[in-house]
Write a protein of this length. Sequence first.
Length: 93
Amino acid sequence: MFIGVCTIEMHIPESGSLKTKRHSLKSLKDRIRSRFNVSVAEVDYNDLWQKASLAVAAVSNDKSYLNQTLDHVLDLVRSVPEVSLLDYHIEIF
């Protein structure tokens, strides 16, 4: 069994309040969950308006499947015009 974790840092330039940021992140997290059947949570920068960090986690018996799934999650984040990807880190245990 393998566990894959991807930490994604992003900038949300259009956000002018925490309420706007949370609305954007909720939409993004819901899309990631429904499309890829993974767990998603905001893990850092909770009090900043325009910066967010998400952690995406998945479990599988195939390491390459986990890597491919997390790569597809990153592609989805890159395709969202409201956010810009700053950094990411993938770990598979």
